[in-house]
Design a protein. Structure first.
Length: 114
């Protein structure tokens, strides 16, 4: 299993970013996909999940209404559209899948600062 995140960067408060995750090594269309984030020194936080077909999503209360998770099963990609970003959204964002064991990408850093 390989998960490769991209799309992080520096953005001003109120701005937007779209994260992408390229997945390989498993039957992508059969599994829930998740985004997590981690601030240094804190526990990793689950941000959003999407089911295998893309018809159901879960969001943490902290991002509900601002973030949207989506997937393209034809391309083995999962996305996280982040709008109305706040300084407290600053973190390393990880793509993850559980296929028996949980796999993680290496993460992409999002910094929200003026």
């Amino acid at each position: 299993v390989q998960l490769v995140e991209s799309g992080g960067g520096l953005v001003q408060p109120g701005g937007s970013l779209r994260l992408s995750c390229a997945a390989s090594g498993f039957t992508f269309s059969s599994y829930f996909m998740s985004w997590y984030r981690q601030i240094p020194g804190k526990e990793r936080e689950r941000v959003a999940d999407i089911n295998s077909s893309g018809g159901f999503a879960y969001y943490a209360d902290t991002v509900q209404g601002r973030f949207t998770i989506s997937r393209d099963n034809a391309k083995n990609m999962v996305y996280l559209q982040m709008n109305s970003l706040k300084p407290e959204d600053t973190a390393v964002y990880f793509c993850s899948v559980q296929t028996g064991m949980r796999y993680w990408g290496k993460g992409t850093l999002v910094t929200v600062s003026s």
